[in-house]
Design a protein around this ligand. Sequence first.
Ligand SMILES: [Zn+2]
Length: 381
Amino acid sequence: MIGFSDWQPMMPLLKLLAGFASLLAIVYAFHWIAIFVHELGHVCAGLLVGFDLVEVRIGDGPRLCTFRAGTTHWHIFAVPWGGWVVGFPKNSDYYRIRQVIFIMGGPLASIVLAVVVFALSFPGALGFEHGPEMNPVTWLLTFLAVFEVFWTLWPRKHRLYGGEVSSDGLLLWQIRSGPKPAEVIAGGLQWRAVQALSIGHKEEAISLVRQMIEVPNLANRFPHELVLADVLSEAGNHAEAEEIYRRLLGAVQEDDRRFVDLVDSLGSMALYHELPHLYPESEALLRRAIARWPEAKTLNGTLGGILVEQNRDEEGRILIEQLYRLRTNSTDLGICATYLSVLAARAGNDAEVAKYRDEARAYLPKHRLVDRLIGAEALKK
Ligand SMILES: [Zn+2]
């Protein structure tokens, strides 16, 4: 039996642990405040210069909540580390100076927070007479607030949301060499179109991509026209998308890398939306693209799918298994797993059907092709 007296020698250690835990809690809470203040600084600056704010993210890691305020999508995550505000100008007036204000809004808000924490932590400083006594906690908070300012202004790239993001300092540094205003405005419209599609607002998405290709002074219209066709295809306007893909295919040589993107887009539209009239043409184009661009491995998956759709199972299986073994990215893996599940079903191998179906759903939780072939939609048929 353990009596109270046995615990006595442990008390200093327990107190130390409790102190450490409460310090961690304070740092965690403070970091939330620091990130909120910083990102709200960008939001206010963006509104001040008339930017279209499309997305605000606060924190990283597991998603806590998502909501839409006006046309801005907000995402709050559980780990108070990092955040971003994505905003775009709607016109090119005073473009650079507005960009500078938008980028500086965050660091300026962090500086204001650091000054406030400093004033509250050191009574008498900056004319504030009342405040808590100086103690390790106020020292720490002051240090964190000042650190936050340097951290955002230090020009560097850091990992965030599964990719690389430029710090505010780096964005400022690159502002002269960055993309031209027309490209940035078009990029903003594209971002909003993709976002509208993701919540099922198809008409809004189409209207946004149509505005996108009308932006004056676009240096290179090709990528934007390809996006227009992709969005039309996703929204179900296949005939118009097909027309644009064909027009772009007519304007591009086979040794141009854009040929690969076009062929893949056309083939994917045929697969995702089940358009058999495109299968023979897509197959021919994909074979030409693969011969010219053997390193574009994704094409093997698209061609394999086209073959399986035409019941040429063994030809298709070879290509799909090849791409599947390379484990290039989650989209390729999800598409391969989907077709491997279809092939297993045709062969009557139930264990493999289940295995690949689960894998496909894990790699592509919300995907048109997965839904059509093995998802809830397919099971209803
Ligand atoms: Zn920032």
